[in-house]
Design a protein around this ligand. Structure first.
Ligand code: HEM
Length: 427
């Protein structure tokens, strides 16, 4: 039961990825919600400290005030004390350059450009296609008894969907998988493949891995952009090429940052929702049985999976003026970090909040954030989760974990890197 560890505030360091990698962060969050819901965490020597918000209402308060709590100085807790000198590739932080790191009013205008591709109608129109992709993925594992669910199943659906929307050729999809892992999993030794083995695990190895992923990604999308400029297609990149904000066409740099955001956000989130969803269902056999007996419960089960697993772990903001949260003064220029796995188990909002209940109602979780930056891809993520579990249980009703999951070493993404599963093959 989370919260059982004897803890004191000075033992809690939310910059340390270890509890996240071990799947033990809920113990820290439960303690903080009950003892210090607005908690100051001094940063390690290279990073600035941050106020950590673990209660639902406080995260809603911050998210609904995008002018007071801005995103353009960075959306993770990893804010350097001393800005790094710009390297060969200029400023690689992306701050202020992507939808997710932009503030009003430009944020709203840029978002309007792509909104059409993400409306409920656009999402619904993709269902048959998404089911087709899912079937193909499951066909690929059908004649065996076991597989790595992450590598062969859960990562493949979001990869195919977002790459398809961006018009990327199938031969390039594995590269996208590799590069998104490098960028968002830079701190995990498994993805530090550009660094000699004995140096993996260090801060330098993480910086190097992130930089390599970034560089390769921009060079790849640079080529894609050039192709679309000459020969536009019916895809998101071509749409961006022909778009204007405030009467001005988007620059190459703006389009490249958009591609960077879409490929990361589309890939590294839903994958973990599917993997963590399967783990949760395996660990809660009564709820799983209820669902498998009545697949019409799937939409509400998906919401509960999202609440319970919260695949994006945090988003950060910076205060532009002095504000009080729960009586605590947050000064202009200080940073706040919003912890989604915590707010989604806030006892004041979700009764019996640690219980996984596939028919929980109401279930207004914040797994996709709330307000101005609410997840653009939420509709796709929900659809992908629903279709995947419908098809998975139809074909492999006895699928089960065949060993422990391996989690990503990250405080930002609740990643599952590997998940061994076994099942009865489908002849
Ligand atoms: C289970 C899957 C997903 C989760 C948990 C998730 C979660 C989130 C969260 C927490 C935010 C930020 C909210 C904020 O800052 O207030 C966000 C933003 C965003 N997400 Fe997702 N996401 C998921 C899937 C996707 C997918 C599939 C796509 C694209 C196809 C996507 C695209 C985006 C974009 C573009 C933004 C920035 C929106 C903005 O700043 O206006 N996400 N997402």
């Amino acid at each position: 039961m989370p919260g059982a560890l004897p803890l004191t505030l000075d033992q809690i360091d939310l910059f340390d990825p270890t509890p996240f990698e071990m799947g033990e962060a809920h113990a820290l969050f439960t303690y903080l919600r009950n003892n210090k819901p607005v908690f100051w965490n001094e940063g390690p020597e290279n990073l600035v400290g941050t106020w950590n918000l673990t209660k639902f209402e406080d995260v809603v308060f911050v998210s609904r005030q995008p002018e007071t709590f801005i995103s353009s100085t960075g959306i993770t807790q990893m804010k350097l004390r001393m800005p790094e000198p710009e390297g060969l590739f200029g400023d690689t932080s992306g701050n202020g350059k992507m939808l997710i790191t932009m503030d009003p009013p430009r944020h709203v205008r840029l978002r309007r450009l792509v909104n059409k591709g993400f409306t409920p109608r656009a999402v619904a129109a993709m269902e048959a296609h998404i089911r087709e992709i899912t079937t193909e993925i499951l066909d690929g594992i059908a004649d065996r008894r076991s597989c790595d669910f992450v590598l062969e199943v859960s990562s493949q659906l979001p990869l195919a969907v977002i790459c398809g929307m961006m018009g990327l050729e199938k031969k390039d999809w594995p590269l996208m998988f590799e590069l998104t892992n490098k960028v968002l999993g830079a701190g995990d030794p498994e993805y530090q493949t550009d660094v000699p083995e004995e140096q993996r695990g260090s801060r330098e190895a993480a910086n190097m891995t992130g930089a390599m992923g970034f560089m390769q990604m921009f060079s790849f999308f640079g080529q894609q952009l050039q192709k679309r400029r000459v020969d536009p297609e019916n895809d998101l990149i071509s749409l961006l090429c022909g778009s204007e904000v405030d009467g001005e066409a988007l620059t190459d740099e703006e389009i490249l940052w958009f591609c960077f955001l879409l490929i990361l956000a589309g890939n590294e989130t839903t994958r973990n929702g599917i993997s963590a969803g399967l783990i949760t269902l395996c660990q809660n056999p009564a709820e799983r049985e209820r669902l498998q007996k009545d697949l019409s419960l799937m939409p509400s089960a998906v919401e509960e999976i999202l609440r319970y697993t919260s695949p994006v772990t945090h988003m950060a903001r910076e205060a532009t003026r002095d504000v009080e949260i729960r009586g605590q003064l947050i000064r202009a220029g200080e940073r706040v970090t919003m912890w989604y796995p915590s707010v989604n188990r806030d006892e004041d909002i979700f009764p019996d909040s640690q219980r996984f209940d596939i028919t929980r109602t109401p279930n207004d979780h914040l797994a996709f954030g709330i307000g101005e930056h609410f997840c653009l891809g939420a509709g796709f993520a929900r659809l992908e989760l629903r279709v995947m579990f419908e098809e998975l249980f139809r074909r492999f009703p006895d699928i089960d974990m065949d060993g422990p999951a391996e989690r990503l070493r990250s405080t930002f993404i609740g990643g599952i890197k590997h998940l061994p599963v076994r099942y009865t093959p489908k002849g």
